[in-house]
Design a protein around this ligand. Structure first.
Ligand code: ATP
Ligand code: ZN
Length: 320
């Protein structure tokens, strides 16, 4: 069976999309207290209501994951430095990666560190890299874990993951944060198993979002590969329809935001990490990623800052 699903035509919005606002959405979110500024673009506190919306949305996703028999794992927002090196992330997305540094000096070095801070000069020279880097996508820590467990069984594997992720892409658009959460379902197995999984979510994802009365459309997409070589990789990814995104208007109607993504990795991670099936073939993998902050922001944008005043039908889906 062909591992690549057929092309999808953008779905018609089911409700009127939000109008472009005169005031930047981020300012509105600060004023209404939905997000709390930190002084750094892309790093925000979240209100209780915002968190509750995310919790409720996650229960909807989790219901599907449970029915499918997914194994739930939550990794911390950091992973071993060596695993990022091996993953190829620094080849494709060096501009987004973040790594953890810490002070490892003696008393003399400590004095120098404090002087540098007091003088307002660069103190990063007193920080050394640790064994940790920040997790860039919820599924990255999974592949080495699966590979270490031995052959992938004939039925394949299915996981339900969640992690805070870091990407260095400071922005005034609230949908582009530096720290955000991804809920991901990941399927590992034969090309057919993972392609069936992705097709199922390509149907379910838009249904789930429309049940919350959000307009949405599926489109072919590519990852933000770095540099000149990256252009070719992005084109290949699009030509082979390896990535789809579910777009929802958040910042503007003209440029809707990717809130869910559906990625087919072929046997890329299988080969990279040595994930093999029982028959000795390299395992294929696919993931569906829910950008939890983006989905919550889409809901606040569409239905307003007061959760109590959201349409009853939407509240019913979320709160039951
Ligand atoms: P984009 O093209 O918008 O940069 P992406 O294609 O790199 O996103 P993925 O790697 O597919 O994103 O990440 C999975 C999901 O995580 C996305 O569909 C999106 O909802 C969410 N996401 C990605 N980057 C951010 C970010 N900077 N802030 C908030 N959510 C994000
Ligand atoms: Zn993934």
């Amino acid at each position: 069976m062909n591992a690549v699903p057929p092309a999808f035509t953008p779905a018609e919005p089911t409700v009127e999309p939000v109008a472009s606002a005169a005031k930047p959405f981020l300012d509105e979110l600060f004023e209404t207290g939905v997000l709390i500024p930190s002084g750094v673009d892309g790093l925000y506190g979240r209100s209780g209501a915002f968190e509750e919306v995310i919790d409720r949305f996650e229960t909807l996703v989790e219901r599907h994951a449970r029915e499918d028999g997914a194994v739930k794992i939550h990794f911390p927002p950091a992973m071993p430095r060596v695993n990022m090196e091996k993953s190829g992330y620094l080849k494709s997305f060096p501009q987004l990666a973040g790594s953890v540094h810490s002070f490892m000096g003696n008393d003399m070095d400590h004095c120098r560190l404090l002087s540098a801070i007091a003088e307002g000069t660069d103190w990063s020279q007193f920080q050394q890299p640790t064994d940790l880097v920040l997790t860039p996508a919820a599924c990255y820590p999974l592949y080495p874990t699966v590979a270490a467990k031995g052959p992938v069984p004939a039925d394949g594997l299915l996981f339900d993951l969640k992690s805070y992720c870091f990407r260095h892409e400071p922005s005034k658009e609230p949908t582009r944060m530096q720290f955000f959460r991804m809920r991901e379902n990941v399927r590992i197995g034969t090309a057919e198993q993972v392609s069936d999984f992705r097709e199922r979510w390509l149907e379910r994802g838009p249904k789930l979002i429309r049940s919350l009365e959000l307009p949405c459309a599926l489109d072919v997409a590519n990852d933000p590969f770095f540099g000149r070589g990256g252009k070719l990789m992005a084109r290949n990814q699009r030509d082979q329809q390896l990535k789809f995104e579910l777009l929802i208007p958040v910042n503007s109607v003209e440029n809707p935001t990717a809130c869910l993504s559906f990625n087919y990795h072929q046997d890329h991670f299988g080969t990279l990490w040595g994930m093999e099936r029982e028959d000795g073939e390299k395992a294929h993998s696919a993931c569906v990623g829910f950008g939890l902050e983006r989905i919550a922001l889409a809901l606040f944008r569409q239905h307003g800052s007061d959760v109590e005043a959201w349409p009853k039908s939407v509240r019913k889906v979320l709160w039951g």
